[in-house]
Design a protein around this ligand. Sequence first.
Ligand code: UD1
Ligand code: CA
Length: 409
Amino acid sequence: MPKATAAIILAGGQSTRMVTDMPKVLHEVCGRPMLSYVIDACREIGIDRLICVIGYRKDDVISAFAEDKDIVWVSQAEQKGTGHAAIVCRDALSDFEGDVVVIAGDMPLLRSETLGLLVKTHEKNNAAVTLATAILDDPSGYGRIIRDEYGNLQGIVEEGDCTEEQRHIKEINPSYYCFDKKYLFEALDQVRPDNVKGEYYITDALHILIQGGHRADAFRGVAAEDAMGINSREQLAEVGRIMQNRIQHRLMHQGVTIVDPPNTWIDARAEIGQDTVIYPFTYIHGRVKIGRFCSIGPFAYLRDGTVLKDDVVVGVFTELKNSLLGSGARARHLSYIGDAEIGKEVEIGAGTLFANFDGQQIHNTVVGDRTYIGQGSILVAPLKVAENEQIAHGTVVKEGDSISRDGGS
Ligand code: UD1
Ligand code: CA
């Protein structure tokens, strides 16, 4: 029977380096808050108890995850450092026995495989604490791993507290820890804020355990790319680019053609069917579902709630929002389609606009199968257009109008 495993995700900091009024962990990476990737990785390895420490604007964080009922939120009233953030979880774990994974909420590139390996290695070695490390060409900004001449772990030194020599160490702490719960709080109780920042560092817990004669292991288990935490807007952009690559590679492995990956942006939540082709400069944001054999772009903008069935064509400078296009529907050029339900094989002529907003409210439009909408038409919602209709070029269609049948070609 494997030991029970809890996770503490540290997400309480205000993040001065981001220069933001938002909680850092709510900043989005490829359409999702960075924290959601960390939470998902914990779920993927079957964590038994998921604790998330919040502080700065905590209500915003809780409401962003209102649907995630498996998270226990623990409040850290004052942000006194990563060690202090872990200590405030003592009550939430009072009835828990087992291993506690401690990770930071600002590292969305972490992989569940690495987290799984961390827990396995920890259990196998029966250590008090196990740490996964990374080797970086440029270690600046990260805590450095200190080892003795035999390679045994001695502790972690934060960059600000490093000697000139320690600063050159390339093995860094990406903040992946697995503690035996007994030792976690015992060590944290001894952490003192005697460092340049005057904070309680979780990293000091390792040195304390080693001094106490307990086993602390560090293995090089984190790929350099996965180690990056987000402390600045530059890192937010860089992590976003790496995540975008991962999303696109996943889709390509599922049989989606992406003609020009660096000039395409696809939300982490988007689903795209096999043999669909995405042309350059396409931007897909939100929960978008695309079927098989579709052709998207160049320069298409698909927004939240877009659903495309199979064989749909969405072409140049066409924007879709909260709309469904039936199989074989086409919107090749220069259209805005919002809050519409469009049937099969509907042709949407160049420059067609769905006027879904009357200045106060959003309204819906329904278009029946095989209807032809002539170029430059405006469909004023709320509106229902029947099947097999022909709307003449340049028509403004309102509810109650009889549709002229001289359009199309
Ligand atoms: C931390 C590590 C450093 C490591 C780096 C990896 C410490 C002291 N340092 O530094 O060794 O290389 O991560 O990315 O742990 N937080 C709280 N409450 C607090 C302070 C922080 O919840 O009082 C949270 C933050 O919201 C953040 C996480 O803890 O999600 C890490 O804090 P951060 O300030 O980003 O630590 P780093 O300086 O990056
Ligand atoms: Ca960080």
